[in-house]
Design a protein around this ligand. Structure first.
Ligand SMILES: Nc1nc2c([nH]c(=O)n2[C@@H]2O[C@H](COP(=O)(O)OP(=O)(O)OP(=O)(O)O)[C@@H](O)[C@H]2O)c(=O)[nH]1
Ligand SMILES: [Mg+2]
Length: 317
């Protein structure tokens, strides 16, 4: 690693209510007065896990018990470049407090944007707000009532992010169905992600838009406002990087394994997945022959979580 790059261990403590701990940086440090996730610089001879443990002890007075990687990316500030190595911390001992006199706050992920965070932290906030599963619908088929009747079971299973994928439907038919799906998912707190036009996303009251990488590359600017998700389908590192440049919030990278729906696409495998998503400042879901049972493995390979159709979609009721 370049010696001029500061390697930083960052810890996102998550409590039993799903809240995250943030701290206010002292005025005399770079980015003073802004909010951050606790952490600090790796010292010579330390592993990044050791740095994380030391920094969270020094800054918060806690001992780590369970962590997992969340994101890892470079960010260039005007005066310094950092490699942020971000981990979720889900178990610890000790009561976290600002040991260096810094104010600390427990914050719901959706409220993090109310705080003036360090400017590198946008992807971290997105990763904390997004769930670890992204469910995608199969083609709805001719019986729309039967299709809609399967949604409650999906919600029951804890799905919080759902893409309505129906390439076989004409635009007006798709839009009408999207409204019906939104009427079920909205009250249940599920974020519905739609395909097609950004204006359709607004009209049906969806939470965001899903586009293939090529479509995003062809427009001049991000097609949705900051309060709607923009999730992009990618198949390699170049597409992920481009999605990041074009202002995407998250990506789906596929196929991890060969699937019946895409038998000809060469699978990435987990090492290929990890390599392609390395140093991309976006939460990236793994797609293609994976499901909830792959979650731990997906995290270890740099994924936000798993995405899929078959693995999530309940059997007909
Ligand atoms: N801890 C932390 N650092 C971050 C975050 N985001 C981000 O860009 N950084 C950058 O990473 C670097 C972290 O350095 P730090 O000041 O926390 O380092 P430290 O705890 O070792 O402080 P020290 O220099 O007083 O010993 C800073 O340049 C900071 O701007 C974040 O969320 N948490
Ligand atoms: Mg620090």
């Amino acid at each position: 690693m370049n010696a001029d790059v500061l390697h930083i261990a960052v810890g996102c403590l998550i409590d039993g209510y799903g809240r995250v701990l943030i701290a206010r940086r002292p005025a005399n440090k770079p980015g003073g007065g802004k909010w951050e996730f606790p952490g600090g610089k790796r010292e010579r001879g330390e592993s990044i896990e050791q740095t994380l443990a030391r920094e969270l002890d020094e800054e918060l007075g806690v001992s780590l018990r369970a962590t997992r990687p969340l994101l890892r990316f470079h960010h260039a500030y005007r005066d310094r470049t950092v490699l942020l190595d971000i981990h979720c911390v889900t178990a610890w001992t000790g009561e976290p407090h600002g040991r260096e006199g810094q104010p600390v706050v427990w914050c719901e992920p959706d409220r993090l944007t109310d705080y003036d965070l360090l400017s590198a932290n946008k992807p971290i906030v997105d990763a904390l707000r997004l769930p670890d599963a992204y469910a995608i619908t199969p083609e709805p088929g001719p019986d729309r009532a039967a299709f809609l009747a399967r949604l409650p079971a999906l919600i029951e299973r804890g799905v919080r992010l759902l893409r309505l994928r129906a390439p076989g439907l004409a635009d007006p038919v798709y839009e009408a169905l999207a409204r019906e799906v939104a009427a079920i998912t909205g009250p249940a707190g599920v974020d519905l992600i739609v395909d097609r036009e950004a204006a359709l996303c607004r009209r049906v009251g969806a939470a965001g838009l899903h586009w293939p990488a090529g479509r995003l590359a062809a427009v001049a600017s991000r097609p949705v406002p900051p309060d709607q998700w923009l999730i992009v389908s990618c198949h390699d590192r170049a597409e992920l990087r481009q999605a990041q440049r074009c202002g995407a919030d998250a990506a789906v990278l596929s196929p991890v394994r060969a699937t019946p729906s895409h038998p000809d696409a060469g699978p990435l495998g987990w090492p290929g997945f990890a390599q392609a998503r390395e140093d991309v400042a976006l939460p990236v879901y793994a797609l293609g022959g994976v499901g909830p049972g792959d979650l731990e493995n997906a995290w270890r390979h740099g994924a936000q979580g798993v995405a899929g159709i078959r693995a999530f979609w309940p059997a007909p009721v």
